[in-house]
Write a protein that binds this ligand. Structure first.
Ligand SMILES: [Zn+2]
Length: 395
């Protein structure tokens, strides 16, 4: 028997035994019925032992038809199947429970919720949604149903409904992540911005700000609009606020700083210098971001990058290996080293989720692995070994 089946096998043996015991103690009619239930369970166990899971499932379902006391066993079986990833079987078990007419309302709620979880696991969001909506209206599974609905609306990018479920959860202090709602408004703002409806985009950004006053993603999106409209002072203030809040977000700020500097024309250098000066303690983060965004045209950034190259042991070692001194590289050489580093970085993960460890080359505000918001952190270093191991950088 495959080792995973051992768990189901043991659970069924235990629960089947409990049912036999329970059925034997029941004063109600049929000793014959109880006998048949037990017979079906034994047949089920037998099929499991012989690795015939579908026939085992049939036998368990037949037992369920005969006796109402098997409901708890079936819940246990269903959740075991789901945990093993055998979602189709879990669905059949839970559908079978839901289909019973003589079910207590509490058990019906439990079975519906279990079935919704099966559908979620199978990626059948529409079916899960249909079951969860009534459960979210009332009853013991209300909060859990709403939390699951919120995740479904996120995946469907149905932000208005995600917002309203979040608000319901928040009323009871049960919202899973307090930043989520500000991200929903940012998603709406981003979509409005993409179709050039700037008025609507700004309305959503104001709503995001009303939810979370200091919210970097909202500030970055608002800065995008300000740059487009050549409102240099506002864009600079917003980008400086993002840097002040989280130096690691320099990686998001830097490409915008370049666009802003272009929009500022002759003042571009001064804008860059002021933004860099906003975080004198974060030279490495800013230098890393400047290399990635190819922002070495600005003297303030070029200086930071030069210092960064000299203080990184692995990089300065490489520079010395080609016969140069990291401290005295000319502007062209600094630029060339930056190009190589950028190419290496394109081959390795640049972000990692602090919650689940999911890593990726692109940045996601919501981790694709664990669905947490704001959990991805940039890896602010060049992994020379990993980059080189993947072969030569593309030309
Ligand atoms: Zn994650």
């Amino acid at each position: 028997m495959n080792p995973e089946s051992v768990w189901i096998f043991l659970a069924v043996l235990f629960l089947g035994g409990a049912i036999g015991f329970y059925a034997a103690r029941r004063p109600r009619p049929s000793a014959v019925g109880a006998e048949r239930v037990r017979g079906n369970y034994l047949a089920g166990v037998n099929f499991l032992v012989n690795e015939q899971p579908d026939r085992a499932l049939e036998a368990f379902l037949r037992a369920a038809e005969l006796d109402g006391d098997t409901v708890e066993t079936h819940f246990a079986l269903g959740s075991l199947y789901r945990r093993r990833g055998e979602v189709d079987r879990a669905i059949r078990i839970h559908q079978n429970i839901v289909a019973r007419e003589s079910l207590e309302p509490e058990q019906r709620g439990q079975a519906s919720f279990a079935l919704a979880k099966d559908y979620l696991r199978a990626g059948l969001l529409d079916r899960a949604e249909k079951i969860l909506e009534p459960l979210a209206a009332s009853g013991a599974h209300r909060m859990a149903a709403m939390r699951n609905l919120m995740r479904i609306y996120e995946q469907q990018q149905d932000w208005p409904r995600a917002i309203s479920v979040f608000r319901e959860l928040d009323k009871s202090g049960k919202a899973p992540q307090e930043n989520a709602i500000a991200h929903y408004f940012c998603e709406l703002a981003k979509a409005a911005h993409e179709r050039q409806d700037l008025e609507e985009a700004r309305t959503h950004l104001r709503a995001a700000r009303a939810e979370r006053r200091r919210f970097p993603r909202g500030a970055l999106l608002r800065a995008d609009i300000a740059i487009e409209q050549k409102d240099v002072a506002l864009a600079e203030r917003l980008l400086a606020s993002v840097m002040a809040q989280d130096a690691a977000l320099s990686i998001e700020v830097m490409p915008r700083l370049m666009r802003l500097a272009r929009a500022a024309g002759a003042d571009g250098d001064a804008v860059a210098r002021r933004l860099v000066a906003a975080r004198p303690d974060a030279g490495n983060e800013v230098a890393f971001a400047a290399i990635m965004a190819d922002a070495l045209d600005f003297p303030a950034l070029e200086q930071l990058v030069r210092a960064f190259l000299a203080q990184d042991e692995a990089i300065s070692g490489l520079v010395r290996a080609i016969g140069r001194e990291p401290e005295t590289l000319d502007a062209r050489a600094v630029r060339e080293v930056a190009v190589v580093l950028r190419r290496l970085a394109a081959m390795t993960a640049r972000y990692r989720c602090a919650t689940c460890g999911f890593s990726s080359i692109n940045h996601f505000w919501q981790c694709p692995g664990c669905k947490s918001w704001d959990s991805q952190r940039p890896l602010l270093r060049f992994d020379l070994v990993a980059g080189l191991e993947r072969g030569q950088p593309p030309a």
